[in-house]
Design a protein around this ligand. Structure first.
Ligand SMILES: C[S@@+](CC[C@H](N)C(=O)[O-])C[C@H]1O[C@@H](n2cnc3c(N)ncnc32)[C@H](O)[C@@H]1O
Length: 281
């Protein structure tokens, strides 16, 4: 048993309602990022992913790097002063509000996640009644998020909002209607708002090797985490509706306005994760 697992046991961790015997999305992602808020079962999923591709953690790292670049764009270039981050994840290096505050300390951020551990950690580490709040809610019920009293108090929906849906929609099945969910959220945003999305994308048949690995990853995620859908690019593009897609469009994450263009490994991880930013005109 790893040291952090032992010390958590001593401190009556996990809290009630948290299943330390089953892996979960937020903790596996944390483990991929080299974080400490995960259990042995979560690290086993990472090990299984590494057997499919030794580059597996690159996806989580590319996601965080995309998040930082997109938030810097929203706050620094687009002048966004309020952010709604749904499927926010466990606190990690370069949290959204921290990246935003490096540019504008007045930016208000609300983190939303349906994982109780994310909520507990977020409350402890992120919430600061003036600029940053955390709520527990499910993206599959957008009306509950939009009508949440704290969100209504904290965000002004007459002013542009930066809406982040990063690495979360690929955990929503087709039956749970991700397109309908995003459309409801888009409709509630005023003009001048921005939507940032990243999601698993199934490489096309022309990329047979990368596609085969993505299929394996999809199987692993669904078996062990209960969700994880690698979708066609057109489906993901559809989530932006009629909002204006900013250059360079919907692209593999390392290609979205890289800080320092450098070599990237064009493998199943590169082709399997895309992101983009769009504006409501
Ligand atoms: C892979 S993490 C991404 C974290 C962060 N957005 C990022 O890109 O670094 C996905 C997060 O979405 C959350 N999530 C999954 N399904 C959700 C749902 N139905 N409603 C809200 N959050 C959800 C998970 O708990 C997890 O924290």
């Amino acid at each position: 048993m790893a040291r952090e697992d032992r010390s958590r046991r001593k401190n009556k961790y996990p809290p009630p309602g948290v299943d330390a015997k089953a892996p979960n999305v937020a903790r596996v992602y944390d483990a991929m990022l080299g974080g400490k808020d995960n259990f042995a079962v979560d690290r086993q999923v990472v090990k299984a992913a590494l057997r499919i591709t030794s580059n597996a953690p690159a996806g989580a790292l590319a996601s965080r790097a995309f998040l930082r670049r997109a938030v810097r764009y929203l706050v620094g270039e687009a002048g966004i002063a309020q952010i709604l981050d749904i499927g926010s994840g466990l606190p990690a290096q370069g949290n959204v509000h921290e990246v935003a505050h490096e540019i504008n300390p007045a930016v208000r951020t609300v983190y939303v996640d349906n994982d109780p551990v994310v909520y507990i950690h977020g409350q402890a580490l992120l919430a600061d009644a003036r600029t940053t709040e955390v709520i527990a809610a499910d993206v599959r019920r957008p009306a509950e998020i939009l009508d949440h009293p704290l969100i209504r108090r904290f965000l002004d929906f007459r002013q542009p909002v930066g809406l982040l849906l990063l690495a979360v929609l690929h955990h929503i099945s087709d039956a749970e209607d991700p397109s309908g969910v995003v459309a409801a959220l888009r409709d509630a945003m005023p003009r001048g708002s921005y939507l940032v999305v990243s999601s698993f994308r199934m490489p096309g048949p022309d990329l047979a090797e990368q596609r085969a690995e993505a299929v394996e990853m999809e199987r692993l995620f669904n078996e062990r985490l209960g969700s994880g859908y690698w979708r066609p690019e057109e489906t993901i593009r559809g989530w932006f509706g009629d909002w204006e897609m900013l250059p360079p469009g919907l692209v593999p994450l390392p290609d979205w306005r890289p800080d320092e263009p450098g070599p990237v490994t064009r493998d199943s991880i590169y082709y399997g994760l895309v992101g983009g930013v769009a504006r409501k005109n």
